[in-house]
Write a protein that binds this ligand. Structure first.
Ligand code: GLU
Length: 447
């Protein structure tokens, strides 16, 4: 049996760190097992599903490198859902109900006020043909509920271990809306069964759905997959991330925060596991390290500051070839490996390379507060060609000539050459600044 998993987002909004973590874990699980990864768009909610969100999901996954082997869209499969629903109606597992949302609310409120769980009372099962005919003649249209077996439901969850639900503790779920549209609880099972999904890895907000869906798998004759429910990410205070979804969307991390795909992947692959979070430059390394048994039941905390720190560590390691496209997109098409290697230790985000580009190549107003010293230093500048040894040779000569050392030697040179007190190592930057510009800046000229 070959492993098959799926990531099944609803295209009703932007992917955020919580969703994309589930995509990543599914993808890593598939790659580790040599299995396949399906991207399925759960788009049966036609009012809320939007093509731009579907495109956004594909863009975000592609950016992270999470390629899919198979693709499905639920809105292409209504015929199949109708067929399954008809079979379930014929076998009596789907039954028509006529309560309005207001009536259901009243029932729930009354149960809750008696201290009882708000489980549907199955009143519709007691209707006779004449009752149904009367309700329909009043213009009511049925929605359809799945009749659960009142037996225990059990599974061994790859994260939670043995899970047990009593069928009597669950409400018969609505699978077909009044307008005939099938709902997620059904469509997901039909797809998982038809597409031979072997492992369903999703958030722990779906645990109760799983209890219900296991019975639906059995009713439709599908093989019940193995389940893994991951604890959902929270913020540092332990709150769900839902309030900050906009700022924690993958699109905003990429476009506004300047986060590298491997920074996000390195963090999300390890958050809530027994592995330490370390920068990784390839998904292959994460695949090699992945094991779902390392996922803990404790609530993982997502900290945007930790992501930014990891982003910096990734940038400090990334070779030029991996960022040349991004640099070109920032308008730095002329940047080369020497420039990248000079500035990357000073970056938390690639976009900051623009500042160092300007410091290196654009006219810089130098800070020349010790002109006599700078003139002596300028006179000692070696002839070109310059390389990584030039800075050492030159400052050695300046030190010997002036007797200055340490900060007294280096800070005035840095301030004159870059206009700033801090920045990339001048050993790396000086050859890029070049002799002409260096001489002018040491003379206090903007160059
Ligand atoms: N579309 C569902 C969601 O986004 C999928 C859940 C599942 O993995 O079954 O919550």
């Amino acid at each position: 049996m070959s492993v098959a998993v799926r990531f099944a987002p609803s295209p009703t909004g932007l992917l955020h760190v919580g969703n994309v973590r589930l995509a990543l874990v599914n993808w890593l699980f598939a790659r580790k097992a040599g299995g396949n990864f399906l991207l399925r768009l759960d788009d049966t909610d036609e009012e809320r599903s939007k093509p731009e969100y579907a495109e956004g999901i594909e863009r975000d996954l592609t950016w992270l490198g999470l390629t899919w082997d198979r693709f499905a869209r639920e809105s292409d499969r209504y015929g199949r859902y109708d067929e399954v629903a008809a079979a379930l109606k014929a076998s009596g597992r789907l039954y028509p109900c006529y309560e309005t949302p207001e009536e259901l609310n009243l029932k729930r409120a009354s149960l809750v006020s008696q201290g009882r769980p708000p489980i549907y009372d199955r009143a519709a099962l007691r209707l006779g043909d004449a009752d149904r005919a009367r309700l329909e003649s009043e213009g009511r249209k049925p929605h359809w509920r799945f009749k659960l077996e009142h037996t225990p439901v059990e599974w061994t969850d790859l994260v939670r271990g043995p899970v047990h639900f009593e069928g009597t503790a669950l409400s018969d779920p609505v699978l077909i809306r009044e307008d005939g549209r099938p709902l997620y609880t059904l469509t997901s099972v039909v797809d998982d069964a038809d597409l031979a999904i072997t492992h369903v890895i999703r958030g722990e907000d779906h645990v109760a759905n799983t209890a219900v869906q296991i019975q639906i798998f059995e009713a439709v004759g599908g093989a019940v997959p193995v389940f893994a429910h991951l604890p959902l990410l929270t913020d540092a205070a332990g709150q769900g991330l839902s309030k900050r979804l906009g700022s924690l969307s993958v699109a905003s991390l990429r476009e506004e925060e300047g986060i590298e795909p491997m920074a996000l992947a390195s963090l999300l692959a390890k958050l809530g596991t027994s592995d330490a979070i370390e920068p990784r430059l390839t998904l292959d390394e994460l695949v090699a390290e992945f094991d779902i048994a390392k996922v803990s039941r404790a609530t993982p905390k997502f900290d945007p500051e930790e992501l930014l720190r990891l982003n910096a560590r990734i940038l400090h390691l990334l070779p030029f070839e991996r960022v040349s496209g991004e640099l070109a997109a920032l308008g730095l098409a002329e940047a080369d490996a020497a420039f990248w290697e000079a500035v990357r230790p000073n970056l938390s985000r690639v976009a900051e390379a623009r500042d160092w580009w300007a410091v290196t190549y654009a006219p810089v107003a130098p800070v020349a507060d010790d002109p006599a010293f700078l003139a002596e230093a300028a006179a000692l500048l070696p002839e070109e060609p310059w390389d990584l040894s030039t800075w050492g040779t030159w400052t050695g000569a300046v030190k010997a000539k002036t007797g200055r050392k340490g900060k007294d030697l280096f800070l005035p040179l840095r301030r004159a050459l870059t206009g700033r007190d801090h920045g990339p190592e001048l050993k790396n930057l000086l050859p890029l600044i070049g002799r002409t510009r260096a001489q002018k800046r040491l003379a206090g000229e903007t160059a």
